[in-house]
Design a protein around this ligand. Sequence first.
Ligand SMILES: Cc1cc2nc3c(=O)[nH]c(=O)nc-3n(C[C@H](O)[C@H](O)[C@H](O)COP(=O)(O)O)c2cc1C
Length: 218
Amino acid sequence: MTDKIEAADEEARKSALALQDEALTADPDTIRLLFTQARTHYGWLDRGVGDDKLREIYDIAKMGPTSMNQQPMRVLFIRSKEAKDRLEPCLMPGNRPKMRSAPVTAIVAFDLNFWEELPTLFPPNPNARDIFKDNAAATRDHSFRNGTLQGAYLMLAARAAGLDVGGMSGFDNAKVDGEFFNGTSLKSNFMINIGYADTSKVHRRLPRLDFEKACQSL
Ligand SMILES: Cc1cc2nc3c(=O)[nH]c(=O)nc-3n(C[C@H](O)[C@H](O)[C@H](O)COP(=O)(O)O)c2cc1C
């Protein structure tokens, strides 16, 4: 067993060194695609997104880091007319047509019982579950923090896979939880409309805080 772990560690170090040696940086087009020219979208073309595409973006996003490898994000993809009918009353009126026209609306949720998976996800600490088992505050903090990070990874993974996205937090979380997660340990965080954008609905770009305003060095 120890031999196996040491071999895996060795393999990981080799892989990290090989990547470092490549001195890769994202090419300018990738940076435009993910950040600088990418936009938040509000209208959607009548073009579907297949299950394989959703699996592809999840499989990219799941590799983003979370503390103790917790991975508390759970995603419910809303696609059918029936599911959209249930979701619609939970949204602020202005967000309803955005969801209705999108081929997919991902409800990005987090699992308050994420810690049950820790023996598998974080074997270096076999007692990791005990940190959270009877600690509602830590459980909430960690699942919200890491679930939010994972939601951001999912947005960027979708862009990387050639899809457009639009985030939405204008909805009643308690209503969504009652409608879709009743009796479970899942809580809704935010939503992502995913598809191919109707670019006629894009608004002007809003300002971003500059480095001096947002950052300090000590
Ligand atoms: C988590 C999140 C929640 C958002 N909620 C809403 C929303 O409820 N309704 C809406 O119209 N836009 C919403 N937005 C869109 C933001 O206003 C938009 O991403 C931001 O102004 C930046 O736009 P840009 O990416 O086109 O520059 C949300 C974005 C994010 C990331």
